[in-house]
Design a binder for this molecule. Structure first.
Ligand code: NAP
Length: 254
């Protein structure tokens, strides 16, 4: 019998967790999930887990070689741009097949007022004309984009899983919370803080989509930061099932 093929999943997302769970009981595959180590208590994952950066492209290439990885799945967050670029380069250098597992982005529907922007800086520039009380859900990093003088009079409600990295805008209240969120809960939060603009990245997925429905119900504008492009030439799967299908075609190739 052939030895199990070694699959490395670059994780930190719900999709990565789903894929690790889908592969866990297969005798033909051995799974290692890799986490950056940003979250204090990431929760148990099936299969092996390694935590922390690899040390750039060279480090990841060496890891792929040393651990005889047969297939690499980049299931990191759509906005985790650096690790995805590293994965593309390292996979090529180590000649390991690579798949990007990326959940689809959100789509505006009837009744939505969305402003699509390319960056946090562009989002910040739009805010003064949209409102005064801002619900900022773009994560714990990059909040310095909202610290410009022209935004000093705005009030921010900042929500993130881990405490946000300073600097923060002068009028900022922080709530630490992790999805999944409900439409009822999000509507209550928006009302309680008299929010008039929502700012989000186009993270996609069900766990944090309720805020968009709540904003629609309340008629609030939403500033949506577009995703960076996936690395060129890398196949993309939208869910764990499609990723498994791909894995079964490549993992045991000689
Ligand atoms: P990033 O900017 O793309 O990556 C920065 C560095 O962190 C990488 O160069 C790599 O270090 C290390 N790293 C990132 N993901 C890793 C992984 N899965 N395993 C091992 N090392 C990893 O990433 P980020 O935006 O800070 O995100 C970090 C992690 O949080 C990712 O795993 C991502 O899936 C998750 N996450 C990110 C967001 C977001 O909005 N960006 C949201 C939710 C979850 P080395 O160069 O030393 O290898």
């Amino acid at each position: 019998m052939r030895s199990p093929a070694h699959v490395l999943i670059l994780g930190g997302t719900t999709e990565a967790r789903h894929l690790a769970a889908a592969l866990a009981d297969r005798p033909d595959l051995h799974v290692t999930s890799s986490l950056a180590g940003r979250v204090a208590r990431p929760g148990a994952l099936p299969g092996d887990v390694r935590i922390g950066g690899f040390g750039g492209v060279e480090g990841l290439t060496a890891w792929l070689r040393e651990h005889r990885v047969d297939a690499l799945v980049d299931a990191t967050h759509p906005f985790a741009e650096a690790i995805s670029a590293n994965a593309a380069e390292a996979a090529q250098a180590a000649r390991v097949p690579l798949l990007t597992l990326r959940r689809p982005g959100w789509q505006a529907g009837p009744g939505d007022t969305w402003h699509s922007v390319a960056s946090l800086a562009e989002a910040a520039a739009l805010l003064p004309e949209l409102g005064e009380r801002i619900f900022l859900t773009t994560g714990r990093l990059g909040l310095s984009a909202f610290c410009g003088r022209e935004l000093d009079s705005l009030h921010f409600l900042v929500r993130s899983v881990e405490p946000p990295e300073p600097p923060l805008p002068p009028h900022a209240q922080v709530v630490l919370d992790r999805g999944p969120f409900t439409v009822e809960g999000e509507t209550a939060l928006l009302r309680e803080h008299a929010i008039d603009v929502l700012v989000t990245k186009d993270s996609g997925g069900a766990a944090t989509a309720a805020k968009l429905v709540a904003a629609r119900h309340l008629g609030l504008p939403v500033v949506v930061v577009r995703r960076p492009a996936c690395p060129q030439g890398v196949p993309v799967a939208a869910d764990a099932e499609a990723a498994l299908e791909w894995l079964l075609t490549v993992a045991h190739r000689p």
